[in-house]
Design a protein around this ligand. Structure first.
Ligand code: ADP
Length: 518
């Protein structure tokens, strides 16, 4: 049974070196739960804060306006009711006093003019009493006004009685009592109005203190609120910026540490995410540089050591008398030099492809002859290991648009790997077929070699990646499949591997049929 098929696009996505970091960022610091976060932007925070302050100031303003209006109403009522009532009470008392004068003069002289004056005063007093009735708002005042009117009515009735009575002395019996009642009533009215005025003055004092307190309190609250809001907003912006600043300093020193975990405000969170991405990329580049130098030094040191050893032996004349042994040493020097040149060439190829500088010479060509050419080239290796190589090339496979030299390089790498990892007397087959449905051609190289574990099927397409446990046993740079991946991708194709460890592997690449042929 074959292991799962791997699509290169998937492989790219999965092998993307960003993925682990992204996962880390999405669930920072393991299972640690995040604090609930205020997701408001700085702008919204400012607007809300200013609205709170405006509402507070408006509320206190409305309260103060209402209280000032009350004050105004009280003052108006003092002026128009209490002061007027006191004045009226005085005027009525004065008028009654004058009226009693006319009454007495009339009784003594019998002059009808005094009677007329008396009656005129009646009309005047009627008018004043009506004014007093209108001003009486409280129940007490209404009762007092009614009593005053009734007493004066009695006085008038008494006067009418005197003028028409046969015995005026008898009619005058209640006069003093009535006049005293009228005077007492006007006094009580004046006192009551005075008391009401004093009460209002007292309430004015209380209200004005309350208004003053409200103004002071609202001012203090507004100032405190402004300070608090400014402090909170500044702190919510300042502390993440300080974190960013520290992280930038650390990054500048080459210390990457953990990704920044800034949850709020959103503007700074986005900035931190971009910064984390930049750090992750820098870290990746740093690691790539370290890997590259270590692989490169390994790649160069191994052949250089072999060359140095062989040339030293030749110079020291260790095998001076054995031309066959000398020839062997020359072969080693030559072989290792070729390996060096190949390695450097591959590194250059890969760096050109990665930087997008590799040039491709696309032409319509048939795949079959390319496969046959590579198979012929590597036939000596197959013979040396007694490996049977079968070519299953379907007839009538349409030509495709390709850079023949580069595709030859890919097939040579796949077939070379198959020969490298297949033990002696094994079997390799290279097949070419056309998939009409998908409008693609497929080239598959299968071997009966050691196979590849499932977890390595994706990563072997990354540069310098080799299956770990075989590192020492079979030499290689770990660049071949990475280069093949770039070449196939540049052709709009896909490459993937299938394998059953211990039984063999199959490397497949597909290329699109060109528009003209499809
Ligand atoms: P190299 O072969 O130079 O090390 P490659 O990029 O061509 O580099 O291959 C990467 C790794 O993939 C190899 O080191 C090997 O571990 C694994 N590999 C490639 N082809 C095969 C194969 N046919 N059988 C088993 N393992 C393979």
């Amino acid at each position: 049974m074959l292991l799962r098929t791997v699509d290169w696009n998937d492989a790219c996505a999965c092998a993307n070196s960003w993925a682990p970091w992204k996962a880390d960022r999405l669930a920072p610091h393991g299972s640690k739960r995040r604090k609930p976060v205020l997701k408001l932007t700085i702008f919204k925070r400012l607007i809300i804060s200013y609205l709170v302050i405006i509402v507070l100031v408006m509320a206190s303003g409305i309260y103060i306006m209402v209280r000032l209006n009350d004050l105004n109403g009280t003052i108006r009522s003092m002026n128009s009711v209490d002061v007027q009532t006191i004045r009226l009470a005085g005027e009525i008392a004065q008028a009654v006093y004058i009226q009693t004068g006319f009454e007495k003069k009339y009784l003594i002289s019998g002059d009808r003019d005094y009677r007329t004056q008396f009656l005129k005063m009646n009309r005047h007093l009627d008018q004043k009493l009506t004014e007093l009735d209108n001003l009486a708002v409280s129940r007490e005042m209404k009762v007092l006004a009614a009593k005053l009117r009734a007493s004066h009515e009695r006085y008038r009735v008494m006067f009418d009685g005197i003028t028409s009575a046969a015995d005026p002395t008898a009619a005058l019996r209640n006069r003093d009592e009535i006049i005293t009642g009228i005077e007492a009533a006007t006094r009580r009215i004046a006192q009551s109005a005075d008391k009401a005025r004093n009460d209002k003055l007292q309430s004015l004092e209380i209200t004005s203190v309350q208004v003053l307190n409200a103004i002071t309190l609202s001012e203090i609250a507004a100032v405190l609120l402004v300070l608090l809001i400014s402090f909170l907003i500044t702190r919510s912006i300042n502390s993440p910026i300080r974190l960013l600043q520290e992280k930038t300093k650390m990054t500048a020193k080459g210390e990457f540490g953990r990704p920044l975990d800034i949850a709020s405000p959103p503007e700074i969170r986005e900035l931190a995410e971009s910064f984390n991405e930049m750090c992750s990329r820098l870290k990746e580049l740093d690691q790539m540089k370290i890997d590259f130098i270590s692989h490169l030094s390994h790649e160069l040191r191994t052949p250089l050591t072999a060359i140095k050893e062989a040339s030293s032996m030749l110079m020291e004349g260790v095998y001076a008398r054995s031309p066959e042994k000398q020839q062997e040493l020359f072969d080693i020097v030559n072989g290792e030099c070729e390996r060096l040149i190949r390695s450097v060439g591959r590194i250059l190829d890969l760096s050109r492809m990665e930087s997008g500088m590799a040039e491709f010479n696309f032409e319509e060509a048939e795949m079959g002859p390319v496969i046959e050419k590579v198979a012929a080239k590597l036939a000596p290796i197959a013979q040396r290991k007694d490996i049977k190589v079968y070519l299953n090339l379907s007839d009538g496979v349409q030509p495709v648009r390709m850079d023949e030299e580069k595709i030859e390089h890919v097939i040579e790498n796949l077939l070379g790997n198959a020969l490298k990892f297949t033990p002696e007397e094994g079997e390799i087959s290279v097949s070419l077929s056309e998939n009409d449905e998908c409008k693609r051609i497929e080239v598959a190289v299968s071997d009966t070699g050691c196979g590849i574990p499932e977890e390595s099927l994706l990563e072997i397409f990354e540069k310098f990646k080799r299956v770990d446990d075989r590192k020492g046993s079979v030499r290689g740079s770990g660049l071949g499949l990475a280069i093949a991946k770039h070449i196939i991708k540049a052709h709009g194709g896909t490459i993937w591997a299938e394998s059953e460890p211990g039984k063999g592997s199959t490397f497949i690449f597909s290329l699109p049929l060109s528009a003209a042929s499809s």
